[in-house]
Design a protein around this ligand. Structure first.
Ligand SMILES: NC(=O)c1ccc[n+]([C@@H]2O[C@H](COP(=O)([O-])OP(=O)(O)OC[C@H]3O[C@@H](n4cnc5c(N)ncnc54)[C@H](O)[C@@H]3O)[C@@H](O)[C@H]2O)c1
Length: 270
């Protein structure tokens, strides 16, 4: 059984890798034996701090690398990917962890520039550009890689007031299925994880009035009421799913699926 989830020899590239979910994924796959490369814009979290923290928590010194790469910039992604291949090795798993939301509004009042920014963040930077660049390399070099996208509960049921985020995450689930079919002849798998609600950097102010004191916003309270487990998730509760999907021994015949990890949010009813 341990062999099934052993990621020794895999090099796993995590975009948005210094974020809450990305860095938690890094911890999981490091424990499973993989080497990890974190890509981020280095804006909200310091990559050095994330690496130090991961090294302390996993004891995996020298297995974590970090680069500043804006994934919404195709040229930067191409250059960044070449740099990894030349200096570290060929990534065999791509985790598309870039994404997020900003604010909420009525549909009519939605600012179009912000709408476009969120679509681009979650779709272009969060999936399309890294997938195009890396899958192209894998196909040309016959690498049987695996892609893990970040969908959301909003991929299934829209959340109120976050129109562009809903649309983008629905598209992430759709593109996960579509690219899985497209890349199957090359033995490249594409799956997604749809987290319920986890306090990330990008959604903290939507969930908490005061994060330190853990005082919830009305929206945070509504989400918990609507989650049968009556709490937000802990990022460590995503570990099993990410290791499972990254491991070809455990999930080598699985492609095109999105797995929800949401404390029952999607099955809530009256
Ligand atoms: N937290 C949740 O409850 C939740 C739920 C469902 C889905 N998700 C999805 O999971 C993913 C990670 O979310 P999170 O909560 O950990 O967010 P986060 O804000 O903690 O992390 C996102 C990271 O991406 C980086 N980033 C943003 N734009 C980038 C770009 N263009 N290039 C490189 N790096 C960039 C940020 O600097 C940050 O480090 C997102 O796609 C999000 O939509 C999160």
């Amino acid at each position: 059984m341990i062999e099934l989830f052993d990621l020794t020899g895999e090099i796993i590239l995590i975009t948005g890798g210094t974020g809450v979910i990305g860095s938690s994924f890094a911890k999981a796959v490091l424990h499973a034996g993989a080497e990890v490369i974190l890509w981020s814009r280095g804006k909200s979290t310091s990559p050095e701090e994330v690496i130090k923290n991961l090294e302390e928590k996993t004891g995996k010194q020298g297995k974590i690398f970090s680069f500043k790469v804006d994934t919404s910039d195709r040229e930067a992604v191409e250059t960044g990917f070449r740099e990894i291949v030349d200096t570290i090795g060929i990534p065999t798993v791509l985790i598309n962890g870039v994404g997020g939301n900003r604010g909420k509004s009525s549909f009519i009042d939605t600012d179009l520039d912000l709408f476009e920014e969120i679509l681009k963040l979650n779709l272009f930077g969060g999936l399309v550009i890294p997938t195009q660049v890396i899958a192209k390399y894998w196909i040309e070099h016959k690498i049987e890689g695996s892609i893990i996208n970040l969908a959301s509960s909003a991929s299934y049921v829209p959340l109120s007031g976050v129109w562009a985020y809903d649309a983008a995450k629905a598209a992430v689930m759709n593109l996960t299925a579509a690219t899985a079919k497209e890349f199957a002849p090359y033995k490249i798998r594409v799956n997604a994880i749809a987290p319920g609600f986890f306090a990330g950097i990008q959604n903290r102010s939507l969930l908490y009035e005061n994060y330190g004191k853990k005082t919830l916003t009305e929206r945070g309270k509504a989400i918990i009421n609507h989650t049968p487990f009556k709490r937000f998730g802990n990022p460590e509760e995503l570990h099993g799913t990410v290791v499972f999907l990254a491991s070809r021994k455990a999930s080598g015949f699985i492609t095109g699926v999105t797995i929800s990890v949401d404390g029952g949010y999607l099955v809530d009813n009256i």
